[in-house]
Ligand binder design. Structure first.
Ligand code: PMP
Length: 359
């Protein structure tokens, strides 16, 4: 059995991949693949609309929100958000909770006059932590507040939605569909697809309709939220195969019990791994408990000389892609929706054996 702990592109449900394989040469009895038909064909449009509806059902997206299937992955929204949602002379607020929000901040600086960092991760006696919202230095007149609820590289998460009175923009690339969310609390939610949705390159954006009016008229049309909303995300040719695969993942999610079931599963997997790390002096995680991610769990071996042996032995047992991000080092296990509980169990069993062998 192979378990793939990659942070992204990440593990997809095996049943979805098998269905895609079966349908590759003959989709819906057409005798050709889904990649070879026009995105304007009524059969394709039906599939695309069903995908949107399934996503709306899964996340209980209110009717006053548009759902877009866009290009450019998560990063394309780092520039699309400030251009679409803020005027060039605006002030925007950003929480800096790790690598991805830091990159988003630097991108926003190209498009708006003032990018205010409201807070950044700090070392505390309990580990790295996001300061409480009441300590954030919010601007008086921000066009929006941007944050990343789950920092994929750092393994840092903000588990509550900040209570502010400006539109909230969230980069949910590595946490979308992993748990229920109250979409009505957000102005914009965006996510690259390659963790919980489907293939990379595709992104999903959920935008409250009153925010659709583009603020900076030079915004690249492919990333113009209003144009894409008006044209059903088909201003230009979408990534038709990725959209199809996302549609299959949404169907799989519904059959598995939706985001509520995923939240239970994801909690259980994360608990297994954190317990394994916390109950040993051989492994450690440096994030304060309240800000620990359930999706991406970085951990270090007390003796980093053993890192390569750990990775090689894990790989030999079918536990793949556990090497930590180069900025953080050590290990990282990503436990997205498609990872079964048995995968997390196999990892902690291996970790216990590896520890015993080296004590
Ligand atoms: N935001 C987050 C939180 C991510 O994890 C990633 C990718 N790992 C990105 C943005 C960038 O996504 P992409 O490579 O699809 O542009």
């Amino acid at each position: 059995m192979i378990y793939n702990f990659s942070a992204g592109p990440a593990m997809l449900p095996a049943s979805v991949l098998k269905k895609a394989q079966k349908e590759l040469l003959d989709w819906q009895g057409l005798g050709i693949s889904v990649m070879e038909i026009s995105h304007r064909d009524p059969i394709y449009i039906r599939m695309a609309e069903e995908a949107e509806q399934d996503l709306r059902d899964l996340l209980a997206i209110p009717d006053n929100y548009s759902v877009l299937f866009m290009h450019g992955g998560g990063r394309a929204h780092f520039s699309a958000v400030p251009q679409n949602i803020a005027a060039a002379d605006a002030t925007v607020d950003y929480l800096n909770s790790g690598v991805w929000s830091d990159i988003a901040i630097n991108e926003a600086k190209k498009y708006v006059a003032t990018v205010n960092e409201v807070a950044r991760v700090a070392e505390t006696p309990q580990g790295k932590a996001i300061p409480p919202v009441n300590e954030w230095k919010l601007s008086k007149n921000a066009a929006y507040l941007h944050y990343c609820p789950n920092e994929t590289v750092d393994g840092i998460a903000l588990h509550e939605i900040p209570n502010v009175n400006v539109p909230i923009v969230a980069d949910m690339s590595s946490v979308i569909l992993a748990e229920p969310i109250d979409v009505s609390k957000f102005g914009v939610i965006y996510a690259g697809a390659q963790k919980n949705i489907g293939p990379s390159g595709l992104s999903v954006a959920i935008i409250r309709n009153d925010l659709l009016e583009t603020q900076q008229h030079r915004v690249c049309t492919v990333m113009n939220y209003k144009v894409q909303a008006e044209q059903g995300s088909m201003y230009n040719t979408p990534n038709t195969f990725a959209w199809y695969l996302a549609a299959e993942v949404f169907k799989w999610l519904k059959a598995e019990g939706g985001v509520e079931a995923m939240a239970d599963l994801n909690q259980a997997k994360a608990r297994l791994l954190y317990e394994c790390v916390d109950n040993s002096s051989f492994y450690r995680n440096t994030i304060a408990p309240q800000n620990r991610s359930r999706m991406n769990i970085p951990f270090q071996l007390a003796d980093c000389q053993l890192d390569n042996e750990f990775l090689a032995k894990a790989k030999a047992e079918g536990l793949l892609a556990l090497k930590g991000h180069r900025f953080v080092g050590g290990m990282r296990a990503s436990l997205y929706n498609a990872m079964p509980l048995a995968g997390a169990q196999a990892l902690v069993d291996f970790m216990a054996r590896f520890e015993k062998a080296h004590k």
